[in-house]
Write a protein that binds this ligand. Sequence first.
Ligand code: HEM
Length: 155
Amino acid sequence: MYLLLLSLHSIVRWVVLIAGVVVFILALRGWLGKRQWTRLDDRLGLVFTSALDTQLLLGLLLYVVSPLIRAIFADFGAAMGVTGQRFFALEHALLMVIAVVVAHVGRARIRRTAEATVRHRQAALFFGLALVLIVLAIPWPFAPAARPLFRLQIG
Ligand code: HEM
């Protein structure tokens, strides 16, 4: 169960990143080129926030079942001194939750706005900020809390 969740969490990260990059590029192009807001823009924003929601759910489940998190909470004070442990217990979880909130606030504001250029600008700013937070909080293989780029383990 744990390894399945961890593998899904690792894979869905790529859906989040690809969707995030696509919506950001389309938003910038729409904003700077003063383009129409299309149904595709709306659908892709939904794909991004839905992938993020799925990842949030997987992350919360991992937080409950992960042996790493259990070990951290067994001696929280000591774990805060270990970069790789503090990262997953605090920084990763917190920054990702903030990214999810920023993306949802952005989508809600876009839907309340009528003018196409303003919609694109809001998409670029909110989805762009969410994307930056996500990229910063991913445990890349070169980061102190290094994790693989792909994981496919189910038991
Ligand atoms: C929403 C965007 C998120 C992305 C893109 C993301 C990405 C990742 C990645 C790539 C890993 C490493 C997976 C591996 O070892 O193969 C990971 C690990 C982890 N994530 Fe996330 N995550 C997100 C949100 C969250 C949230 C919101 C939480 C908790 C509230 C969370 C909790 C964890 C935990 C606990 C681990 C380590 C589990 C372990 O090693 O036992 N994640 N995450």
